[in-house]
Write a protein that binds this ligand. Structure first.
Ligand code: GAP
Length: 469
């Protein structure tokens, strides 16, 4: 594993962002639990995503659908037939791999000729050099049974994506909200895929969250922009969403935009129903790989559910009474991958002065965007003395009504600052003996390490202002 990934995984465990799953039982490969800080960070990312893409817009409505759906949903969507990856097994060590991953890795190896390696038969097992079996299809759907009998009549599946729930509820939502096209349905939720080769920490797991939305549009060609009821051309709506996605990464997630790769999927490589797909990739320490995507899926999904269920999923033009199946543009975001990117972008090591004159030490600081930081302010009494605690504790209680607050009175103040830096707390508030007389506290800025005395009675407003910037 890459050095930076090792550091991130270690910090996540040490500080309580992400723990190895089922650890006291020896773990479960590639399963991870979000600890107290990981939970808060994930909540903040989801809240920001929801605010940006759903709550602040007038063309989006929320939904929260079941994880287990009628298996016919997955028959109609094609998941039961086609949601598979090609699996190869090493004939010697019996390790299993996704053939596309091996081909991708092989073309990156210097000894392989990029042009030549097109066939998995040319590739050897990366673990022992053994020959590989012919590829076979492996379906990624997680199967289960409903109720007490386990036979074909009780088979069900855990959803592999949240999209299905939004398509099958299209008519319900449209009718109750009386929305006109274009409008979107959004949800965030857990998904399950029996991945052949999970790995790279939380990048590829078998259980993960997606935030996605189906943006339903009028497919009728717009010949004259002034004609009533004719929607904007899909190309313009797609561009609008690409612009919003860029804004999300730049302004809200505040990533270095040079670390993103906008991969336009060429003709011939897209799903047969998609007229345009862009994969948004990220330069992870383990290579450039998918972060999330956006696809124009035409009416593929609604038409499949319309046909297989027999329910009329058409939209009626309120002006002309014309009936048609809307088309859909689907931006989709892996929440766990966004969290991984937030961790990678935030991680910084730098030299910082110690309490000893002229000496420095390496400080690890997680420079999360302030609004995403799991802890927004730490209240640190200089010592555990009763008179300081008597000021610091009520202050923490008061600030907790407005911010996510940590209270810490153990160890030296230097060590406490380092700990807060490592978990990305933007502001540390220290109550010292002077506070007893001047009723002020010292606020330390995570990024600049500059300190400022602020009236305790004004701290709430002071922090509110700081978080606005
Ligand atoms: N409805 C479209 C859809 O599900 P997808 O690209 O298969 O598209 C959506 O999945 C997103 O979910 C991906 O872009 C990625 O961010 C995330 N994702 C997919 N598989 C994952 C896995 N095994 N572990 C973590 N995240 C995953």
């Amino acid at each position: 594993m890459n050095d930076l990934m090792d550091k991130i995984i270690s910090l996540c465990k040490r500080r309580g962002f992400v723990f190895p799953g089922s650890e006291i039982y020896g773990g479960l490969a590639n399963s991870w639990d979000y600890g107290p800080l990981g939970h808060l960070l994930k909540q903040n990312i989801k809240k920001a995503w929801w605010k940006f893409f759903v709550a602040e817009r007038d063309d989006m409505v929320p939904l929260d659908t079941a994880i287990i759906m009628n298996p016919k949903v997955w028959e109609a969507s094609g998941h039961l037939q086609n949601f598979s990856d090609e699996l190869v097994e090493c004939k010697v060590c019996h390790h299993r791999f996704r053939s596309d991953h091996l081909l991708e890795a092989a073309t990156l190896e210097p000894q392989y000729d990029k042009e030549q390696v097109k066939n998995i038969a040319d590739v050897k097992c990366p673990d022992c050099g053994g020959a590989l079996t012919d590829p076979k299809q492996f379906n990624l759907m997680f199967k289960t049974f409903l109720g007490t009998t386990e036979d074909s009549s009780t088979v069900a599946y855990l959803r592999p994506e949240t999209a299905g729930g939004m398509f099958v509820n299209f008519k319900n939502v449209q009718q109750v909200t009386r929305r006109r096209l274009p409008f979107g349905i959004a949800q965030i939720g857990k998904n399950f895929r029996n991945e052949i080769t999970p790995g790279n920490f939380i990048f590829r797991t078998r259980e993960f969250e997606i935030g996605e939305f189906e943006y339903f549009i009028d497919p009728r060609k717009q010949e004259n922009k002034k004609t009533k009821n004719q929607g904007e051309p899909w190309e313009e709506i797609f561009e609008m969403w690409l612009g919003e996605i860029k804004r999300w990464w730049k302004d809200i997630m505040q990533v270095n935009m040079d670390n993103l790769v906008w991969h336009e999927i060429p003709d011939g490589e897209r799903a047969h129903y998609s007229k345009r797909t862009v994969d948004i990739e990220y330069k992870y320490p383990f290579g450039i790989k998918e972060l999330h995507g956006i696809a124009y899926r035409t009416d593929f999904d609604l038409s499949r559910h319309h046909k297989v269920s027999g329910a009329d999923l058409q939209y009626t033009d309120p002006e002309t009474n014309e009936k048609f199946l809307p088309h859909v543009i689907e931006p989709t975001f892996g929440i766990d991958r966004m969290l991984l990117v937030a961790l990678l972008e935030a991680y910084h090591e730098e030299e910082a002065p110690t309490s000893e004159e002229g000496k420095t030490e390496t400080r690890v600081v997680m420079r999360f965007p302030k609004h995403l930081a799991p802890i927004q302010a730490a209240i640190l009494p200089l010592s555990k003395k009763d008179e300081l605690v008597a000021v610091a504790k009520p202050l923490a209680s008061e600030l907790r009504k407005h911010f996510s607050v940590d209270y810490d009175e153990t160890q030296s103040i230097g060590k406490r600052y380092r700990r807060q830096d490592e978990i990305g707390t933007p502001y540390c508030v220290t109550v010292d003996f002077d506070s007893l007389t001047d009723r002020k506290a010292t606020v330390r800025d995570r990024d600049t390490m500059k300190q400022e005395r602020v009236n305790i009675s004004e701290l709430r407003d002071y922090l509110v202002e700081k978080f606005k910037k």
